[in-house]
Design a protein around this ligand. Structure first.
Ligand code: SF4
Ligand code: SF4
Length: 155
């Protein structure tokens, strides 16, 4: 879900005036803060409790926290979930607590470090909220060992 995030030409504080269902594609993509947390592999138990690991999707860039091939990602990662106004509700249970989509869906404000507020795409990293520098590639960790890599969500 972490694309290169275009922010030029966006209406001022559009997320406060338009419902999610009326956002255009550019506005929708701009709600993503670029934290990369949704691109970490997760473990889910029988009760639906989700644990985050620092084992990252094969396309996640550990430094930029962006998807290395966002437009073609499904050719490499068919299971990558597409978030849109129709799918967000059923995915809410695993979305990171600081995720811009989650915050807006829940009627909450974006944090000061969100690039739409700060004007700086790196502010999510400076705030310590992203996964920058903390991931290990999924190629390097056997799936049976992912529980050794469980982390608390950076927030
Ligand atoms: S393919 Fe992987 S890195 Fe890219 S958006 Fe999906 S989960 Fe994130
Ligand atoms: S968790 Fe939400 S805000 Fe963070 S990269 Fe994923 S979609 Fe974007």
């Amino acid at each position: 879900m972490c694309a290169e995030i275009p922010r030029n030409g966006l209406a001022d504080r559009f997320w406060e005036t338009k419902p999610m269902s009326e956002l255009n594609q550019k506005e929708w993509e701009a709600l993503c803060d670029g934290c990369g947390k949704c691109c970490l592999n997760k473990l889910e138990d029988d009760e639906g409790t989700v644990a985050l690991t620092r084992v990252a999707c094969r396309l996640l860039d550990n430094e930029s926290c962006l998807c290395a091939n966002y437009s073609n990602r499904h050719a490499y990662v068919p299971e990558c979930i597409v978030l849109n106004p129709d799918t967000i509700a059923k995915n809410l249970y695993w979305l990171p607590r600081t995720c811009g989509y989650r915050l807006i869906y829940e009627g909450r404000a974006l944090y000061d470090w969100h690039p739409l507020i700060s004007g700086d795409p790196t502010s999510v990293h400076a705030a310590g909220v992203s996964v920058k520098g903390m991931t290990v590639p999924e190629f390097d960790v056997d799936e049976d060992d992912w529980d050794d890599y469980i982390i608390e969500e950076p927030h």
